[in-house]
Design a protein around this ligand. Structure first.
Ligand SMILES: Cc1ncc(C[n+]2csc(CCOP(=O)(O)OP(=O)(O)O)c2C)c(N)n1
Length: 489
């Protein structure tokens, strides 16, 4: 079981996802080869901590410790292995000691640094706050509070993944054209997914959580500080935990004069946002129009037909957009901490559908009618299609729309590229890179798992009616799949 989970654990590790995993181990079990003397070693290259306790008391302590380590930045998966002996141990007539809970201690920017940043923010004529990926939605709320408090222009990474600044917030954007930014604060923007700093001239401060210290892998995606900017104050601390102190400090500096200046700046940034947002939407629509009438269906149309039908719902877009033309983060509203869950972390395939089970469970638990939309590539689904059954079994509100290009198209493109470099023909590049002969019928596959399904649809005119029927099911709290035969990209 642990070996099967390995790719998913690695994706989660690179994505800095805190997961407490518990694995079983039975030395006297029926299949001797099922036993590892050291279970943790199977995942040790990409877990933050693991333990194999020897007694029940030790096990309780280990689980507590594992939780604390997982949720303390740098957040990451942890593993506790429980032997069959511990699992079967009788506790009747014995008191089990549960140690008192120690809440995780998360490092915030210190007082001096906080004061410096507050003074720079309030003193700047045109400050910018770049918001990367915060830990939780509470952090997003605090970032919004800070941006509004100083009327700054705000950058967002919400188009790349979750827990960032809302794209439609009235202060998001690059502010008044031609007016240089004279101070930039980055919140978790240290490395990777950094929103652009337009017209930036002044000093910078970055609050960025710690990176994972030991790793066998080339993991640079998140965590760790930029060191290239000479004029930057870089603080290795958790941004979310630093924000309450920073907000309080900013408030102490806001005189009546400052507040007037800020109100004026906020008005101008708001006007700039409205213009930029209109341009962004227009650009997104323009891109979606290309190949509108084509069959197989264009990815732009696949998304553009869907959005009007779900725009008034509470939507979580769960699948990575990198393989689906990037239309979802452009065309759909990216305004909630969970609007878009981003990519696989480590780029490991076999991710979209299983990740959507997690998103579906969260949506169901939210209890407000939230729905999950997963634009699902075909190769990726074939790693672990059994999760379709899990969605049905747990009645999860997940709409799966197949981006069925009948290929491992990423690989096909690599092959075509190399053929070009070697000056060879491309007529055999489909060997081992396509999923044809026979074509896979995903509607039948979903139906076999008990899921409502439509398709295959190659005529774009048939999309909207099929979507409508599927969305009806999803809004009733059950999964549905629409198989769309698509252009490669
Ligand atoms: C676990 C794993 N195996 C192999 C790869 C290499 N790989 C990257 S993209 C890709 C093809 C994906 O096909 P599909 O999901 O259909 O998306 P498409 O490229 O067709 O849009 C493969 C095999 C990987 N990233 N992860």
């Amino acid at each position: 079981g642990v070996q099967h989970a390995a790719m998913a654990v690695y994706n989660a590790y690179v994505d800095r996802t805190p997961i407490l995993m518990i694995a079983g181990l039975d030395y006297d079990g029926p299949v001797a080869a099922h036993n590892a003397t050291d279970m943790g070693v199977l995942l040790r290259g990409y877990t933050k901590w693991d333990a194999q306790p020897r007694t029940l008391d030790e096990a309780i302590g280990a689980i507590q410790r594992a939780y604390q380590i997982a949720v303390t930045p740098p957040t990451a998966p942890v593993l506790v292995t429980l032997t069959a002996d511990i699992q079967k141990e009788e506790t009747a007539g014995r008191s089990i000691a549960v140690p008192p809970f120690k809440p995780p201690q998360i490092l915030a920017a210190d007082y001096i640094a906080t004061k410096r940043i507050a003074a720079a923010l309030v003193g700047a004529r045109n400050p910018r706050i770049n918001v990367g990926r915060l830990r939780t939605s509470a952090g997003v709320r605090l970032a919004i509070e800070l941006v509004e408090l100083v009327g700054a222009q705000a950058g967002s990474s919400a188009g790349n993944g979750p827990m960032s600044f809302p794209m439609s917030h009235h202060l998001r954007g690059t502010g008044v054209e031609g007016l240089p930014v004279d101070f930039t604060l980055g919140l978790e923007t240290g490395a990777g997914g950094e929103p652009g700093v337009a017209g930036h001239t002044g000093p910078t401060a970055v609050i960025q959580g710690p990176p994972l210290l030991a790793t066998n892998f080339n993991v640079t995606g998140r965590g760790g500080l930029r060191t290239d900017a000479a004029d930057s104050l870089t603080i290795e601390a958790d941004a979310e935990t630093s924000l309450p102190g920073l907000i309080e400090e900013v408030k102490t500096l806001l005189t009546a004069d400052k507040r007037r200046l800020i109100a004026d700046r906020a008005r101008k940034n708001e006007e700039a946002h409205a213009q930029q947002r209109t341009r962004e939407w227009a650009d997104a629509v323009e891109q979606a129009r290309r190949g509108w009438k084509g069959s197989p269906v264009s990815l732009g149309r696949l998304h553009a037909e869907l959005w009007p039908l779900i725009k008034d719902e509470d939507v979580c877009c769960s699948g990575p957009a990198g393989f689906t033309g990037g239309h979802a983060p452009r065309l759909f509203a990216m305004d909630k901490p969970y609007s878009y869950l981003g990519s696989q972390g480590a780029g490991g395939m076999g991710y979209g559908a299983p990740a959507s089970v997690g998103a579906g469970l969260a949506a169901k638990q939210a209890g407000n009618g939230r729905i999950v939309v997963n634009i699902q590539t075909d190769g990726d689904l074939n790693y672990a299609p059994g999760v379709l059954w899990t969605m049905v079994h747990h009645r999860l509100p997940v709409l799966t729309v197949m981006h069925n290009n009948r290929a491992w198209h990423q690989e096909l493109m690599f092959m075509q590229f190399m053929a070009g470099v070697r000056n060879r023909g491309t007529d055999r590049m489909s060997i081992g890179t396509t999923l044809k002969d026979p074509n896979i019928d995903y509607a039948k596959m979903a139906e076999a798992y008990g899921m409502y399904a439509e398709g295959p649809i190659a005529n774009p005119e048939e999309l909207a009616p099929a979507y409508k029927r599927a969305i009806q099911r999803v809004k009733r709290g059950e999964p549905a799949l629409v198989d769309v035969v698509t252009q490669p990209r």
